[in-house]
Design a protein around this ligand. Structure first.
Ligand SMILES: Cc1ncc(COP(=O)(O)O)c(C=O)c1O
Length: 405
C-alpha cells in the first residue's frame, strides 16, 4: 500500500469514499498526475466542480489578484466581488434576490429556510418540503432528510421533521403527497447522484403547474446540473419553466468552495436576522466564481458542453451494440452515465483508473462522467479507448465466470 494511502486510512474516518487508490498531486486542464508521476484523464473533475478543468489560468490569475487585495470581510460591510457575482447570477437566471454561501448542502438548507418562512407568512404556517426518492441534496441533517435514500437516513434518525420523499418523475405521487402543511417541492432537474436520471419531457412543467395550483414554492437544486453542465446554462431551461428558488454550487466556483440560493421576488422573504454566514460570499471565492461564470459565457462552454457531450453520448450509446453488459446510457451535455447489466461499477472504475481514466462509480452498476466543460474531442477519444478496454476486460471476466459454471 502506498505511504499516503496508509496514512489516510490511519487518520480519517472511513466514509467509504476513497474507491480509487490514487494520490493526486497536480492537475492541469482535464488531466491530473499522481504522486508517482502517472497521468490520468479526469472525468470526475471534483464531482463536477472543476468546470474549467484544473488550475485554469483565469482562476489562477483571479486568485493571485484577489488574494493580494482582500480575502475576507464580513457581512457587516459591502464587498464588490460579491455584488458583481450576484448581478451575473441574477441576470442569467431571471431571479430577483440571492444569498451566497459555501456549499451545495448549505444552499439547499437556505432554500428550505426561505420556503418555511414563506409558509409562515403566506401558507398558514405550512412547513413541509416534498423531495424525491433517489435524490441528493447534501449531507447536513436536514438535507439527509430531504435526500430520498433510506440508507443515508437510517443511521441518523430521528431526522428533522417536515420532509417527505416520493418517487421521482411521478406527478401523481407528488400530487398525492401535497398537503395543507406543504410549503415547497424540492427537486433536481436531472438526478445526478441518483445515477443521472432525466425525467420525462413534461414532468417539470407539471410540477410547476402543481405548485402554482396549490400556491406552494418550487425549489430546483441545480448544484450539480447548473452553470452549463448539461448543455444549457441551467438544466431547467429545457422544460421552459422557472423555479421560485434555485440553488447552485459546484461548477460555479471552478474548484473553490462557493454556492448560492436565488429566489424570485415572491419567495425572497428573508428579513433582518434570518440568515448569515462567516465565509459566504467572501471576496476571494466570489471573484473566482464571477470570473468562472464570465468565462463560461464568453467562451460558450455551454454550447461546447452540448456539442461535445452530445457526441460523447452517441459514442457511449454505440457501446450497447458491442457489449451485452452495457445496458443503458443516460444524461445530457457533459453529465452522462452508463449503466451495466451487472454490478461492475467499482471494478469498472478501477479498471479505467489503471488505464489512466478517472470515472465516478455509482454502485452497484452505473458509472458517471462529469469531465470539465473545457474538455476537448481528442480527450473524449482517449477516454473512449480506455473505457472500451475496461469494458472488454469486464466482459471477458463475465464470460469466463459464466463458462466456469
Ligand atoms: C444535486 C446536489 N445537491 C447538493 C449537493 C451537495 O453539495 P455539497 O457537497 O457542496 O454540499 C450535491 C453534491 O453532490 C448535489 O449533487
Amino acid at each position: 500500500m502506498n505511504h499516503w494511502v496508509e496514512l489516510d486510512k490511519r487518520y480519517f474516518m472511513d466514509t467509504g469514499h476513497r474507491r480509487l487508490e490514487v494520490t493526486l498531486v497536480r492537475g492541469e486542464g482535464a488531466r491530473v498526475w499522481d504522486d508517482a508521476g502517472r497521468e490520468y484523464l479526469d472525468f470526475i473533475a471534483g464531482w463536477a466542480a472543476c468546470s474549467l478543468g484544473h488550475c485554469h489560468p483565469v482562476i489562477q490569475e483571479v486568485i493571485r489578484e484577489q488574494a493580494s487585495r482582500l480575502i475576507l470581510a464580513s457581512l457587516d460591510v459591502y464587498t464588490t466581488p460579491q455584488i458583481e457575482l450576484a448581478e451575473l447570477l441574477l441576470s442569467t437566471s431571471g431571479l430577483a434576490k440571492i444569498f451566497i454561501c459555501n456549499s451545495g448542502a448549505e444552499a439547499n438548507e437556505g432554500a428550505v429556510k426561505l420556503a418555511r418562512k414563506y409558509g409562515k407568512l403566506h401558507l398558514s404556517g405550512a412547513y413541509e418540503v416534498i423531495s424525491a426518492l433517489k435524490s441528493f441534496h447534501g449531507r447536513t441533517l436536514a438535507m439527509v432528510a430531504a435526500t430520498g435514500k433510506p440508507e443515508y437516513q437510517a443511521p441518523f434518525t430521528p431526522l428533522p421533521e417536515g420532509f417527505t420523499n416520493v418517487p421521482y418523475n411521478d406527478i401523481a405521487a407528488l400530487r398525492a403527497a401535497v398537503r395543507e402543511r406543504t410549503c415547497a417541492i424540492l427537486l433536481e432537474p436531472i438526478q445526478g447522484e441518483g445515477g443521472v436520471r432525466i425525467p420525462s419531457e413534461h414532468y417539470l412543467q407539471e410540477v410547476r403547474a402543481l405548485c402554482d395550483e396549490r400556491g406552494i414554492l418550487l425549489i430546483l437544486d441545480e448544484v450539480q446540473t447548473g452553470c452549463g453542465r448539461t448543455g444549457t446554462l441551467w438544466a431547467h431551461e429545457y422544460s421552459g419553466i422557472r423555479p421560485d428558488i434555485m440553488t447552485v454550487g459546484k461548477g460555479l466556483g471552478g474548484g473553490v468552495p462557493i454556492a448560492a440560493f436565488l429566489a424570485n421576488e415572491r419567495a425572497a422573504c428573508f428579513g433582518p436576522g434570518d440568515h448569515g454566514s462567516t465565509y459566504g460570499g467572501n471576496p476571494l471565492c466570489s471573484a473566482v466564481a464571477a470570473a468562472v461564470l464570465r468565462f463560461i459565457l464568453k467562451e460558450d462552454l455551454v454550447g461546447h458542453a452540448a456539442r461535445v457531450g452530445g457526441d460523447f453520448r452517441e459514442r457511449l450509446l454505440a457501446l450497447r451494440g458491442k457489449w451485452d453488459i452495457v445496458k443503458e446510457v443516460r444524461g445530457r451535455g457533459l453529465l452522462l452515465a452508463v449503466e451495466f447489466t451487472r454490478p461492475v461499477a467499482l471494478a469498472m472504475a478501477q479498471a479505467c483508473c489503471e488505464r489512466g481514466l478517472l470515472v465516478n462509480p455509482i454502485p452497484p452498476q452505473t458509472i458517471r462522467f462529469m469531465p470539465p466543460l473545457i474538455i476537448g474531442r481528442s480527450e473524449v477519444d482517449q477516454a473512449m479507448v480506455i473505457l472500451e478496454g475496461a469494458i472488454n476486460q469486464m466482459a471477458q471476466v463475465a464470460a469466463s465466470s459464466e463458462g466456469a459454471r
